[in-house]
Design a protein around this ligand. Structure first.
Ligand code: C5P
Length: 227
């Protein structure tokens, strides 16, 4: 079977990473969560004091980009790779609300995007990869053999995220999550560099009313057609 590149883009909390992980496992491909990379850079910026009341000191962050080392290290117990920032496992820290609140502001910065896109392209040189994010089918891998674009209503997505964070023991309020989901959609879709948009050749899935298993089957069948 030939190895291909699979790009999964879409709005936040559409279940992209769950599907991408499942697909990568089934196809024995590498899975890369690019949102985790933007989140790790955001955590670095916050820890370095470059974020103040939602404002990011862009110059300071861009000057420090060389000090940020990101690695995905496979955790065989979990069955997927976890994000490490400068040698520290930050998988849990990057999923918290404070990071979610700042990540879209960090993601508009050109220097940040250039660094992360270059890393993502290097990870995909040998194909056999499922990558999820916002600009994978449009910018990172415009020639990906299979592109999926996922949407769902903001309310459905906020409920999903709310349950996820509650399960992780975070003390969260549903209204805050809905606001964060909508705000991130707005910033991600309207930024000048690499805005979130469906690639012309992407297959769109609105999963508001579709179960995970159904979605997985449909996307898996699409991938088999291309492989
Ligand atoms: O996928 P996730 O919701 O974890 O992504 C967090 C944020 O990272 C997004 O809201 C977006 O601002 C940014 N992001 C991006 N480009 C990507 C992946 C994520 O700008 N390829």
């Amino acid at each position: 079977m030939k190895k291909i590149t699979i790009a999964i883009d879409g709005f936040s909390s559409t279940g992209k990473s769950t599907l991408a992980k499942q697909l990568a496992k089934k196809l024995e491909y590498v899975y890369v969560d690019t949102g985790a990379m933007y989140r790790a850079v955001t955590l670095f910026a916050m820890k370095s004091g470059f974020v103040d009341a939602g404002e990011v000191d862009e110059d300071a962050l861009v000057k420090s980009l060389g000090d940020i080392e990101l690695n995905f290290i496979f955790n065989s117990d979990l069955g997927f790779a976890e994000m490490y920032l400068n040698g520290e496992n930050v998988e849990k820290d990057i999923r918290t609300m404070p990071v979610s609140k700042n990540v879209s502001q960090v993601s508009v910065i050109q220097g940040v995007r250039e660094k992360l896109v270059a890393m993502q392209q290097a990870m995909g040189v040998d194909k056999g990869i499922v990558m999820d994010g916002r600009d994978i089918g449009t910018v990172v891998f415009p020639n990906a053999e299979l592109k999926i674009f996922m949407t769902a209503s903001p309310e459905k997505r906020a409920v999903r995220r709310y349950k996820e964070l509650l399960d992780r023991g975070e003390d969260v309020v549903y209204a805050d999550i809905l606001e964060n989901v909508q705000k991130r959609d707005h910033i991600d879709s309207n930024r000048t560099i690499s805005p979130l948009k469906r690639a012309e050749d992407a297959i769109e899935f609105d999963n508001s009313d579709l179960g995970l298993e159904d979605q997985f089957q449909r996307i898996y069948e699409h991938s088999l057609r291309v492989i």
